[in-house]
Design a protein around this ligand. Structure first.
Ligand code: ADP
Ligand code: MG
Length: 240
């Protein structure tokens, strides 16, 4: 993470220090660097591998028991591309993630998440660093990609039920002048709650909808992987 401030790192002369409190939040705010994006993607690949069995078990209850396998397959293919991604800027890295998910993940999640990362890449185009507002815009584009692809509304027991409250929480935090770490943490927490809140929902989109009433009582696997992806972003923004 890079902090805005004196780019030369000059020592502060406290006798002459003038603090403009109006600008303090912005001046203090962190920026997401290209290196942070790489860290986020590496962490996501690790966390999805660690949760491969858990996500697959969730999908066994209301789908075809492959969501963890799908996500791990996609992010393993992305992991293989990390060396070539070193030379890329933020947008090109996110674009590579999106196109790799589309081409390597057979299930619904591949094109859905693929479109999400491709849309996020569009927000980052030409930017060397992302501000808090850029990160919220990226999250909005990410959700927008999933909705454009899958046409799900909130309440249909999909990844949209994690990402919609996450975006709302992030927007509110941004409006309140919260730091980047707080914005992404509040988004991840809202996504985790949103994923839990899919348990009583009836699935009306995707494979789980074939189960009808029997889909009730189970947590949606896609909402869960969305919350993991956002928790990885929050951890990166917290400097972990
Ligand atoms: P598949 O259903 O093809 O086996 P996965 O198991 O990888 O694919 O992904 C299932 C997840 O995809 C679901 O848990 C749900 O969150 C998400 N999903 C399915 N259809 C949609 C849709 N139309 N819109 C948003 N998310 C969807
Ligand atoms: Mg499945």
């Amino acid at each position: 993470m890079k902090c805005r401030g004196d780019p030369c790192g000059r020592p502060v002369n406290y006798d002459k220090l003038v603090v403009n409190y109006n600008n303090l939040v912005m001046e203090d705010d962190a920026l997401v660097t290209n290196e942070d994006i790489m860290h986020w993607l590496q962490r996501t690949a690790d966390v999805l591998r660690e949760n491969r069995t858990y996500l697959t078990e969730l999908d066994a209850a209301i789908g075809d028991a492959d969501h963890g396998i799908n996500m791990d397959r996609g992010f393993s293919a992305i992991r293989d591309k990390f060396p070539t991604m070193e030379a890329m800027d933020i947008s090109a890295r996110l674009k590579t993630v999106g196109s790799t998910l589309v081409s390597t993940v057979g299930g619904a999640a591949g094109p859905l998440y693929g479109t999400a990362y491709l849309r996020a890449a569009g927000v980052a185009a030409g930017k060397q660093e992302l501000t808090s507002a850029d990160v919220v815009a990226m999250l909005e584009a990410f959700l927008g990609g999933i909705v454009a692809r899958g046409k799900a509304q909130p309440g249909e027991k999909t990844m949209v039920d994690a990402l919609t409250p996450a975006l709302n929480a992030a927007k509110q935090a941004l409006d309140e002048g919260a730091s980047l770490a707080q914005i992404t943490d509040r988004a991840a927490t809202a996504a985790e709650e949103g994923a839990k809140d899919t348990i009583p929902l009836l699935a009306t989109k995707g494979r789980a909808s074939y189960l009808g009433e029997r889909s009730i009582g189970h947590q949606d696997p896609g909402a869960t992987s969305s919350s993991l992806i956002l928790r990885c972003l929050a951890e990166t923004c917290a400097g972990n």
